[in-house]
Ligand binder design. Sequence first.
Ligand code: GRF
Length: 211
Amino acid sequence: MKKRIAILLSGRGSNFEALTDSVSNGRIPNAEISVVISHREGAPGIERARARGIDARVVPSKGLDRDAYDRQVVAVLQEKKIDLVCLAGYMRLLSSYFVQAFRGRILNIHPSLLPAFPGLEAQRQALEHGVKFAGCTVHFVDENLDAGPIILQATVPVRDDDTVDSLSARILAEEHRIYSEAVRIVLEGRYRVEGRRVVLLKEAEAAKSHV
Ligand code: GRF
């Protein structure tokens, strides 16, 4: 049976599109994007999902505390029988209720080489810090911000004439590549978590998928 992926987003949705393309072209085999959820009415990613005929839902967060909101989102995820949740530019911290409901089955992409530069405007933070290499990270989501075990990272050079925009664009191309790769690894169970370390396994060694 196909693995059922949910994507949660707040904005543009380019990572959503990259994941969707990978599902269509077989880079992520045996999977489907079953639902896209946003807390923001008018998030461009929601429009992009609808244009592709994907079930795209806005669950408004106004007036709800984190827990009450997440209960609504988790209810949708359960209704849709979701196997894996991918945060893709989702600008909300998850409650422990949410994390516990999908423990080990929530991924996030962050535009820095974590644990450097967590939080907002990671590319600006990297540029202002003067690092020579920047990059992106796909990690499991736990209760803390940008903190769970790291699945994949990619580096890009920082050039002397970089702006936040030029650096962000270079990182984004790598985000699109490694997010799909990480989703495939997780869906195929090709990893083992040892404390904070995610050890990647060869296909032959793959354990039964946890997802
Ligand atoms: C990406 O840079 C992602 O790493 C960060 O938010 C941005 C989302 O971009 N978490 P998009 O909406 O996927 O285009």
